[in-house]
Design a protein around this ligand. Structure first.
Ligand SMILES: Nc1nc2c(ncn2[C@@H]2O[C@H](COP(=O)(O)OP(=O)(O)O)[C@@H](O)[C@H]2O)c(=O)[nH]1
Ligand SMILES: [Mg+2]
Length: 199
């Protein structure tokens, strides 16, 4: 069953003062540049609202998507990617400041979806994001992307190994593939039940 989600672009913010009013719960999508954040958002929303970058590290803004559904509405928030080496250091710092100021000040942020490439697991920047979120006591849920790049028979073992390696996630991570459309509906169900549990 496709959830009854109706999505629209609400706001594109380059600075914290451009964030929309914090009166609606938000689920933010974080991860390295090119991990598949925008692609996953488009798949979840069933519409091409987020820009999929041909050039990695393209999203410099925080993009807010309003999702209306059968229950109370929420926002899905596309955060700038991190860890793209060939950007200037100054520019990378601006991005991480934008992410940090968003997460630290956002009272209506309920959950961070931490996207991790299923082929690589947690890389250096991913581990430091997890540590930082964990220190501020923030719940994160790991979503693996590009599951189509790993043979189906190795999915469970690969996931379990990453869990043993110590990734932090409020529930067992979901493996997705935007290419094949797998895991997307499971993720919609997870997001709704998380929101409705807290509501
Ligand atoms: N094979 C495969 N490619 C993907 C998947 N998700 C994203 N991509 C590709 O990865 C690249 C980066 O995706 P994008 O959504 O722009 O990443 P972002 O920088 O994290 O927003 C694009 O070329 C996508 O087509 C996936 O599940 N499988
Ligand atoms: Mg993007």
């Amino acid at each position: 069953m496709m959830r009854n989600w109706k999505a629209s672009v609400e706001c594109t913010a380059f600075t914290a003062d451009q964030f929309p009013p914090p009166e609606i719960p938000e689920v933010a999508v974080a991860g390295r540049s090119n991990v598949g954040k925008s692609t996953l958002i488009n798949n979840l929303l069933g519409a091409r609202l987020a820009h999929v970058g041909a050039t990695p590290g393209k999203t410099r803004s925080v993009n807010f998507f309003l999702v209306e559904r059968d229950g109370p509405p929420f926002r899905l928030v596309d955060l700038p990617g991190y860890g793209y080496a060939s950007r200037s250091k100054a520019e990378r710092n601006t991005w991480s400041r934008l992410i940090e100021s968003y997460v630290a000040q956002r009272k209506n942020l309920w959950l961070v979806l931490h996207l991790v490439d299923f082929r690589h697991g947690l890389l250096e920047n991913d581990a430091s994001l997890q540590e930082w979120l964990d220190n501020v006591g923030f719940p994160m849920f790991v979503v693996f992307t590009k599951g189509d790049k790993i043979a189906k028979g190795k999915h469970r073992g690969t996931r379990d190994q990453y869990i043993r390696d110590g990734l932090k996630s409020v529930d067992v991570p979901i493996v997705t593939s935007a290419e094949k459309g797998t895991g997307i509906q499971d993720l919609r169900v997870f997001i709704e039940s998380f929101l409705d549990r807290r509501d």
